[in-house]
Design a protein around this ligand. Sequence first.
Ligand SMILES: *[C@@H]1O[C@H](CO)[C@@H](O)[C@H](O)[C@H]1NC(C)=O
Ligand SMILES: *[C@@H]1O[C@H](CO)[C@@H](O)[C@H](O)[C@H]1NC(C)=O
Ligand SMILES: *[C@@H]1O[C@H](CO)[C@@H](O)[C@H](O)[C@H]1NC(C)=O
Ligand SMILES: *[C@@H]1O[C@H](CO)[C@@H](O)[C@H](O)[C@H]1NC(C)=O
Ligand SMILES: *[C@@H]1O[C@H](CO)[C@@H](O)[C@H](O)[C@H]1NC(C)=O
Ligand SMILES: *[C@@H]1O[C@H](CO)[C@@H](O)[C@H](O)[C@H]1NC(C)=O
Ligand SMILES: *[C@@H]1O[C@H](CO)[C@@H](O)[C@H](O)[C@H]1NC(C)=O
Ligand SMILES: *[C@@H]1O[C@H](CO)[C@@H](O)[C@H](O)[C@H]1NC(C)=O
Ligand SMILES: *[C@@H]1O[C@H](CO)[C@@H](O)[C@H](O)[C@H]1NC(C)=O
Ligand SMILES: *[C@@H]1O[C@H](CO)[C@@H](O)[C@H](O)[C@H]1NC(C)=O
Ligand SMILES: *[C@@H]1O[C@H](CO)[C@@H](O)[C@H](O)[C@H]1NC(C)=O
Length: 404
Amino acid sequence: MKPNTSAFVAFALLELFAIATVINISFCKGASCIESEREALLKLKHDLRDPSNRLASWIGNNGDCCKWDGVMCSNFTGHVLELNLQWSNLVGKINPSLLELKHLIHLDLSGNDFQGIQIPKYLASLVNLRYLNLFEANFTGMIPHQLGNLSNLQYLDLGGDYFELQADTVSWLSGLFFLEHLGMSFVNLSKASDSLLVINSLPSLKELMLPFCELHHFPPLSSANFSSLTTLDLSRNQFQGQIPSRLGNLTSLKYLDITSNQFNSAVPGWLSKLNDLEFLSLQSNRLQGNISSLGLENLTSIQSLSLDSNYELGGKIPTSFGRFCKLTFFSMGFTNLSQDVSEILGIFSGCVAYELESLSLRGCQMLYRDPFSISYVGRKISQRTLNFSNSPKIIFLERYLIVG
Ligand SMILES: *[C@@H]1O[C@H](CO)[C@@H](O)[C@H](O)[C@H]1NC(C)=O
Ligand SMILES: *[C@@H]1O[C@H](CO)[C@@H](O)[C@H](O)[C@H]1NC(C)=O
Ligand SMILES: *[C@@H]1O[C@H](CO)[C@@H](O)[C@H](O)[C@H]1NC(C)=O
Ligand SMILES: *[C@@H]1O[C@H](CO)[C@@H](O)[C@H](O)[C@H]1NC(C)=O
Ligand SMILES: *[C@@H]1O[C@H](CO)[C@@H](O)[C@H](O)[C@H]1NC(C)=O
Ligand SMILES: *[C@@H]1O[C@H](CO)[C@@H](O)[C@H](O)[C@H]1NC(C)=O
Ligand SMILES: *[C@@H]1O[C@H](CO)[C@@H](O)[C@H](O)[C@H]1NC(C)=O
Ligand SMILES: *[C@@H]1O[C@H](CO)[C@@H](O)[C@H](O)[C@H]1NC(C)=O
Ligand SMILES: *[C@@H]1O[C@H](CO)[C@@H](O)[C@H](O)[C@H]1NC(C)=O
Ligand SMILES: *[C@@H]1O[C@H](CO)[C@@H](O)[C@H](O)[C@H]1NC(C)=O
Ligand SMILES: *[C@@H]1O[C@H](CO)[C@@H](O)[C@H](O)[C@H]1NC(C)=O
């Protein structure tokens, strides 16, 4: 053997041994934590007040930090992969030593109190993150564009506190090719609405939560790229005019909430294309016209349907609603519904009667009834819980509430 061959063999043996050791450790004992990462976690703890003792297990200079509460490591390498510190009542700053956790893929700091600091730009260096949740964590100010560098993100939630966060643009989202969930509730997006066009370039998006975002213009969703969208919450913004018919092309939607806007069109029939809807709320808008023209009759998966507080929405509940066999919640209070109560109860006596828990028609002035003709056989709303107010025209039906 030539010297360098034998050196090679020796080296190879050494490496084999090293691999065997690692394998032995990982399979028989589980890897213990990396020292630098343990120190980083201790620094993180040092900058946080912890009145609930959530971090009580984070102690010791030799301890296995992989066993600490909220910490999850790789069984093979020992690197910290997850930090789950949500709703832990932690108060204080985020120590930049967090960056030492270079292998982090999941960071949940939601529900803590970071005392009005800005979202740290340096979080953008944690490039392996797939999950980042900062919901309701008392961050303020501008959302840093740098977050657009977290190109592996699948889940991003920055929402939560009362208009404390804002964004002048969201075009930086364009780098988040794998994003499936985007939550920005209560983020003031009034200056960013044009840049919401970027949402069209997120091919994996399934859940888009933009309630309370001070939006006036409807995001120009191009349906072509939205075959995967299942959840859309645009409630509590300031949209006006016609509900955009392009929503009718988001045919995978299961959840659609446009509560509390100022949509004031006659209701178009495009909802009929969203046959997978389980939750639909059009509540508190200014929709006009006839409930029959909403095209709801084929929504056989629907579980919750809210049409309340559209004062100019009238007509009669169609008999087809009796086929909503999964419906548990229906409300159409404070509308111009014009129908006989026994007819309504007749409709809700179909298969829907097995699941229905709440039927609210409070404040409908145009309901007619013959109090002696009422009988109802819903399984979950008992006869006893049907009660009608003294005012002959005002009715409130609910499972537990009885209004006199
Ligand atoms: C493998 O693990 C066993 C039990 O944990 C231990 O006794 C043994 O020394 C380990 N071998 C090596 C090569 O690390
Ligand atoms: C590591 O092993 C533990 C215990 O066997 C297991 O509960 C955990 O899910 C594993 N973690 C990973 C990332 O595979
Ligand atoms: C957020 O932080 C500010 C500044 O420390 C504080 O005054 C406020 O009470 C905090 N808000 C919440 C909801 O914790
Ligand atoms: C993203 O990271 C690259 C380097 O990897 C850097 O040059 C660029 O400025 C970063 N962009 C943002 C928005 O932080
Ligand atoms: C949202 O931002 C706009 C523009 O910066 C501002 O005029 C408006 O008052 C903000 N809204 C809230 C509720 O803070
Ligand atoms: C759809 O997404 C692709 C990227 O996946 C983008 O190039 C294209 O412009 C988008 N189409 C529209 C209509 O926005
Ligand atoms: C919606 O889909 C129809 C065909 O199903 C198409 O003609 C129309 O252009 C689409 N609308 C939008 C806004 O993409
Ligand atoms: C509901 O479905 C039936 C049968 O598939 C169909 O004929 C009808 O046009 C649909 N109604 C609406 C409003 O789409
Ligand atoms: C309510 O409906 C009746 C017809 O049933 C109509 O005459 C009346 O104008 C409607 N009221 C409103 C506020 O739309
Ligand atoms: C509502 O539409 C239905 C079906 O098209 C029709 O029979 C009914 O007369 C309409 N009601 C009103 C108040 O326009
Ligand atoms: C209906 O509600 C009123 C007021 O809550 C109550 O006085 C009355 O007894 C109730 N009637 C029935 C039949 O439960």
